[in-house]
Design a protein around this ligand. Sequence first.
Ligand SMILES: [Fe+2]
Length: 167
Amino acid sequence: MALSVEQLAEDCRNILSEDSGEAGLEQIRLVVEKFLADQEFIDEHLGPDNDANRKVLYEDPNLEFCICAHVFKGSNEAPPHDHGPTWAIYGQASGQTVMTEFEKIEAPDGNTPGKVKPTKSYDLDPGMAVAYPIGRLHSPKRAGETRLIRIEGKDVTKLKRDSYEQA
Ligand SMILES: [Fe+2]
């Protein structure tokens, strides 16, 4: 039987109510990889009938974390960013994301973007999940379509985030 969004939500809830720090995120990352390995779960939420850029599958009424399914079409490179006051876990279901992480050189100031320099770059291939704790600057790039399960500590579309550019 396929794993369900409700089970994923319950696992996240159990972990986060004990530990919402980096150790908790690592546990959730492993849970996300378990769900990515369930082809039925992936087909249900990221099958060919879904082409939504962002679909919130579940939002926790108390802890506020969100489970999202994303279909990203075409090629793109996002600017360096963090998720403001929250974290995110990126789970690659199909396609490939080339992720770069950055170190902050200069803090953003008003309308002036902060300055960053790259520290490492790696591929996210299907089945892999990576956690980005609060403040971890990163930039995903893709050459073609990707499909992801992402978990956000809070709905990032409702948060104000600073902008950054490469020094
Ligand atoms: Fe991000």
